[in-house]
Design a protein around this ligand. Structure first.
Ligand SMILES: Cc1cc2nc3c(=O)[nH]c(=O)nc-3n(C[C@H](O)[C@H](O)[C@H](O)COP(=O)(O)OP(=O)(O)OC[C@H]3O[C@@H](n4cnc5c(N)ncnc54)[C@H](O)[C@@H]3O)c2cc1C
Length: 422
């Protein structure tokens, strides 16, 4: 699918062709999670092969909007502590809190060209209750030692040109990247550390084999591995099937406009900060390196959604940002995000030395930089109790095929809530 990122990417990868017969760790899925894990493991001296069914960036890692946001979309620090207890909860919060830094550190260490800008992430609030909620949230993050502040309504107006907000949370460590250049850059990093990256290798089965594992590809090829990491996100094809059914797949549409006038840029993003507000049907925008506006949305009714969403997201941008000339989409694309019922990421143990990681809930650009590392630690043999994400047993969601209908209903309900919440 053509996206803004396929049009503007600068990194190119040359996939490896010869499959190794045996590796220490086989990694299924060539997105941020799998490639981050592979980069870590190759750096730690393990032989690794990344097996990607399609091409690098074919999944959400190549389709997303490139917001780098170090928190959980719908789980406040307090909710995380309530769920996991304060000790384990704080470990997970520290992990996600350092996730944006982990991305930008990797980019810097490996010199990845991907328009990386750590300008801070702006999270504007609606109404007095929204402002109070974000004030409390900002204080909770500060208690954890993070640079998160609360901005007044006037300060948000200066940052966005919008006067509908009652305040905003500013996370100084958030920012933006070019996701396709980042994921391709990670693949190049894996190769430069001695790992191999294979495209067009869909893994259909993972079987126990003589104390290790045998991977059987759709191409007919096989590979032996001591350990296996499943990093296939919302996909349900082949070996991904069972883990993919443990999440709610959410189809998200993205648009990029033609480049924006510099005077408008100065008004709506003087510090080039990406914006995502607190509405249920959230409003987001950021700029790419050529000042195209990037925004997104979801469709309650899938029929004809591609063309309809392209138009409606552009209209919303023009209205919300008060643009005299309506913007038009230069390119529209779509991808599938993986949502867990509690909005927290999961690590599954699927067998002895076989682990899966999933569920970054629309925050995966930052969170996968940690999820991939935690999976690498599991593959190296670290004790489960010392991993910052608790290991679970995989249980697919009952009625998984009906979850898109539930998601559509939730979206309609969210729009109604927004209408009556101001
Ligand atoms: C439209 C959209 C916008 C988003 N915007 C943002 C954002 O701005 N900020 C943010 O933080 N997050 C965002 N997200 C979420 C983020 O992109 C994801 O959380 C993240 O990319 C997940 O990375 P991953 O490596 O786990 O999965 P993926 O990138 O989906 O990679 C999984 C890979 O596994 C491969 N695969 C599947 N089955 C098999 C098999 N059997 N054998 C071999 N390979 C297989 C697939 O081809 C795919 O390449 C967005 C998601 C979408 C869809």
């Amino acid at each position: 699918m053509e996206t803004l990122w396929t049009r503007t990417a600068r990194n190119k990868i040359v996939p490896d062709t010869a499959l190794p017969g045996q590796v220490d760790v086989a990694i299924i899925g060539g997105g941020f999670t799998g490639l981050t894990a592979a980069r870590e493991l190759a750096g730690a001296g393990r032989s690794v092969a990344v097996l990607e069914a399609s091409h690098i960036g074919a999944g959400a890692s190549g389709m997303n909007a490139g917001f780098v946001v170090p928190n959980f979309a719908k789980a406040d620090p307090i909710a995380v502590r309530n769920k996991l207890g304060s000790e384990r909860g704080d470990i997970l919060l520290r992990l996600v809190g350092d996730a944006a830094n982990a991305v930008y550190r990797t980019v810097e260490e490996d010199g990845i060209v991907c328009d990386a800008r750590q300008t801070g992430w702006l999270n504007p609030a609606f109404g007095a209750a929204g402002a109070e909620m974000l004030k409390a949230r900002a204080a909770m993050w500060r208690d954890l030692g993070r640079p998160v502040t609360f901005l007044s309504a006037d300060e948000v107006r200066e940052q966005t040109g919008m006067d509908i907000y009652s305040g905003a949370l500013l996370d100084a460590e958030g920012g933006t990247i070019h996701p396709l250049d980042y994921v391709r850059g990670l693949a190049i990093s894996v190769q430069s550390r001695g790992g191999t990256v294979h495209e067009g290798q869909r893994v259909d089965e993972v079987q126990r084999d003589n104390g290790g594992w045998r991977l059987i590809m759709r191409s007919g090829a096989t590979m032996r591995a001591g350990k296996v990491l499943l990093c296939t996100n919302a996909f349900t094809t082949g070996a991904a099937n069972k883990m993919g059914r443990s999440v709610v797949p959410l189809r998200v549409y993205q648009i990029a406009t033609t480049p924006t006038d510099p005077a408008i840029v100065q008004r709506i993003a003087p510090d080039a900060r990406p914006v995502g507000d607190t509405r249920q049907n959230l409003f987001t925008y950021r700029l790419d390196r050529d000042n195209r506006l990037i925004s997104g949305g979801m469709a309650a009714i899938p029929l004809g959604a591609f063309a309809r969403l392209g138009r409606s997201v552009a209209e919303r941008l023009s209205t919300e940002l008060g643009l005299a000339e309506p913007v038009r989409p230069e390119v529209v694309w779509t991808g599938t995000a993986a949502m867990t019922p509690d909005f927290l990421p999961r690590i599954y143990q699927m067998g002895d030395g076989y682990f899966g990681g999933i569920g970054c809930n629309g925050r995966g650009v930052a969170m996968t930089a940690q999820l991939g590392r935690v999976l690498a630690r599991a593959a190296i043999g670290e004790a489960p109790e010392s991993l910052p994400i608790p290991l679970r047993t995989l249980r697919p969601l009952p009625f998984h095929s009906f979850t898109p209908i539930v998601a559509s209903a939730a979206l309609l309900q969210a729009r109604l809530k927004d209408r009556f919440s101001k």
